[in-house]
Each structure stands twice: as structure tokens, then as C-alpha cells.
Design a protein around this ligand. Sequence first.
Ligand code: ADP
Length: 281
Amino acid sequence: MAKSSDSPFPPALRADGVQVADLDTSATPGFDGDKATGAKRLVERQQVLSDLQEKLYANGRSGDPRSVLLVLQGMDTAGKGGIVRHVIGSVDPQGVDHAAFGVPTEEERRHHYLWRIERKLPRGGQIGVFDRSHYEDVLVVRVHELVPRQVWAARYDEINEFERGLVEAGTTLVKVAMFVSLDEQRKRLARRLDRPDKYWKFNPGDIDERAYWPAYQEAYQAVLDRTSTDHAPWYVVPADRKWYARLAVTELLIDALSGLELTWPAPAFDVEEQRRRLAES
Ligand code: ADP
């Protein structure tokens, strides 16, 4: 495992021992400030993240195969989109490989469930962001029995092996499960119905899914219990407070990038010679 920074966030958010059904989704583990302090901290830390990302990108341009992959999972309204806009949005877009995974298309359904995932993996030097992921194949698929139990049950081990391969190839995985309470979700859905500029986000099916909350909690619990590995641990982010979730994910990314101990790539040319040539030009 890569060396970790001394940030309080990763240890405070590790999934080990978390009981999804008992989670306090309004908590702010690893941070004892209020919203205003958190917002200020976020701005400062975004700069740190942005600098690290530039270094990762620079190394990628020099052939370094390493990358970071942020995997975002959460129920509707958990704030995955906000993370993409407010955390990932603070870094240079050319260094980001973003992919969202919805209901599989007909073509995707003809392939193994990891097929569409493999096609979207980050290239060397990139921060990959998965808005939903292969974990849908043991979440929505399990809750709605879209395939027989024995099929989805075999996927946990398969996912662990798949992710081991990614890590061995140089990808650091940052797996984040975001949780809001059922009450907070109601408020967020209500807001979407109150505002014409939010209608586009509203999906009547999201209300039906609320009835499956306990089944989803169970499915998320199984994901945390069975796929939080040393090579690719899960982090659990309480997400009732958006400002906190954004700060927490920023910190997790900073920690992952710091663990790569990146340095600026050495020049592939003689600096003195180029200075001389420039002066003479
Ligand atoms: P969002 O709701 O995140 O804005 P979409 O509406 O495009 O995005 O798609 C999300 C929906 O796709 C979710 O309901 C999710 O459960 C579903 N989904 C994602 N992956 C799968 C899968 N492998 N099988 C079935 N449904 C899936």
C-alpha cells in the first residue's frame, strides 16, 4: 500500500466495522468545524488537490502509467453530481476521465458486466471518476433480482480480483459510498419538485426506490463487508451536509495522490542547451 498522509479523514472514514443501518448521516468525521469553516477549508484544499493533479498529469505525459480512480456510489440525491462539479470541477478538466454508468444499454447487456467498466478506466496520469460503477451490479441488480442470486453472489470475489488487477497496473482506487438519511432524501426530492430548474433531475422512479431502502442498506452493507480490501478499501461519507461530503472526498483524493509521492518529471532535453538556443533565436 502507498504511504498515507497524516490527514484525519481516511482513518475516520474507513468502512471497517461500519453498520450502514446505524450510520449517522449528518456526522462530520475527521472534521470538527462548522459549515463556514468547512467551506473555507475546501477552497484551500482544492488548490492542493489541483497542484497534485497537475503533477500526476505531467507524469502521465512522460509515460507514467499511474492513475487515480474515484468510484462514487450512493442512492439518488446522495450528492454524487455535486462531488463531480465541486471537487473534480476544481481541477484541470484535461486531467479527468469522467464516466457515468446508468441502466446498461442493449449493447452493454450483451457483454460481461465489467466490459463497459474496462472501456472507461483512466489512462496514465488521469484522475478517473465513476459516477456509479460496477458496484451497481451487486446493488440495484441484487435489490431487484435482475439476475439470479448465484450470479450476483459470485461477483464480490470477481470484483475484488478485478480491482487487484487495476491496482497492480498502477491505479489507486478511492471508493466512496455516500449516504443521506431517508428524511434528507425526501427533502432533496421535494426541492427538485419545487424548482423548475431542478425538474430535469427528478425521476418518478426515485420515489419507488425509497420503498427498497432497507434492501439497499443490506446490499450496501454486503458491498462494504465483502469488497473493502487492503488494495482497494471503501470509505463511507455521511452526506446530509453537502459541504462536508465535498471536503471529505477532496481530502481522500489528496491522500491518494500524496501516497504516490509524485515529483515533477525530469526534462527530456538539456535545459542549458535550450536556454542558449532560445537566447540566440
Ligand atoms: P442518475 O440517476 O445517477 O442521474 P441515470 O438516470 O442515467 O443517472 O442512471 C442511473 C440509474 O441506472 C440508477 O437507477 C441505477 O440503479 C441504474 N443502473 C446503473 N447500473 C445498472 C446496472 N448495471 N443494472 C441496472 N441498472 C443500473
